[in-house]
Write a protein that binds this ligand. Sequence first.
Ligand SMILES: Cc1cc2nc3c(=O)[nH]c(=O)nc-3n(C[C@H](O)[C@H](O)[C@H](O)COP(=O)(O)OP(=O)(O)OC[C@H]3O[C@@H](n4cnc5c(N)ncnc54)[C@H](O)[C@@H]3O)c2cc1C
Length: 427
Amino acid sequence: MDKHDVIIIGTGPAGLGAAFGLLARKPGLSILVIDKNEYSSGGLRNDCKMNFSWPIGFPEGAWAREQAEAYLGRVEAFLEPRILEKRNLSVYAKRAEKIGVSLLEIRQSHLGTDGGLELIKSLVARLAGLGAEVALGEKALTVDSERRVLVTDRREIEYRDLIVAPGRGGFSFLKDVMTAAGVSFTDNAVDVGIRIETRIEHYPIVRDYYDPKFLFPKKTRTFCTNSGAAHVVQEKYEEKDGSAWYSVNGHAWSDSRPSNGLANFAMLKTVTLTEPLASGADYARMLGIQAALLGGGRPIMQRVGDFRLGKRSFRDQFSGDLYDFEPTLASATPGDISLCAPSKVMRALWNAMKLLDTIVPGLLHPSTVMYYPEIKLYANRPIFEDGHFRAKPGLYLVGDGAGTSRGITAAWASGLRAADGILASLD
Ligand SMILES: Cc1cc2nc3c(=O)[nH]c(=O)nc-3n(C[C@H](O)[C@H](O)[C@H](O)COP(=O)(O)OP(=O)(O)OC[C@H]3O[C@@H](n4cnc5c(N)ncnc54)[C@H](O)[C@@H]3O)c2cc1C
């Protein structure tokens, strides 16, 4: 049987952070990094906006500010990002403050979808150059944490320490690992919202601040703004019976492609479930399935003008009008979002949109498109044994899948933190 000092599952930022963190201090360690895909499937590959400011990406409970900032410093020193400039921030911030909204000033870099892919390729090559074995296209199937054996679709491998970093997409794999290892976890929160697409002239703040982060009342916020060659995409979530539902998301290509004059961003509300405690993931699934039912198996899109009048949108209204633009997710079904979004969620989102239109006038132009649903699953949050995200002896759970991060830089930091735990155990 193959044997390694450390196996890392996932070449997302959490897995890469852990691998580089280990090799920086112990170049002789035998490290195997595996990923079921050829290239990491997460945010490094999708638009790749990297945030270097607390608290973006750092979940409460897993991080204290000082600790997060110390790790962020290490992430920044390694990745050497080019921080984007911002302009006129105080103007927007003053307008926001007057109506009870906060505008966060975030240090951010942006590589775009094509730039992100180049970064992953170079990081993976660098890792192999440092002596790690990188197995792409190999899928982790099960973990026996007592015997310290990982079973993949190719082989069985022994390890001393295992770092599991499968991202949000590896949600159910991680759940199986935790169940088999007897790790307790909670899962009671979810972000539900819409993605808004409009002309840049109706949301001109993006010329001053690439990804403006506004916090509104009722746990509602803007998230993941894209402009330039920006488009809305759908992500498929398959059910065990073969059916599927979709969440929308946004991308932007870097300067290599011509701008389409559009911007998109998510408006999300966090829903935290209490008694009787239900699974946030199950709740999200039910919402996703309901939207797919009403959208004929697709996400739903609606013009702001129709939404205001309480009318559904129709396909023939999506072209030909003077102010109109072609929605970039053309396969979405024109319909009525208020038939599928819970009213408490919809009220909070619409209230936030009205506030945002006061800060950046133009957003509520009738041609603006709202896509539903955009769902961000929170993780199954494990109960950890120590401050290095160790869930059982020799078993570390990091990244978005384990609830230790909610973004690229925090995921990298969480990998580094697990690596520090392993390094301390070797000293
Ligand atoms: C479309 C999209 C856009 C995003 N944009 C941004 C952004 O601009 N900025 C930002 O900060 N965050 C963004 N995010 C969030 C960001 O992707 C995550 O916060 C971050 O990637 C989490 O890192 P991770 O290492 O935990 O997981 P991931 O990056 O998801 O990596 C997990 C890896 O594990 C692999 N894997 C999963 N299961 C297995 C298995 N069983 N066997 C082997 N390999 C497995 C996957 O293939 C994947 O490559 C975006 C997310 C998405 C989906």
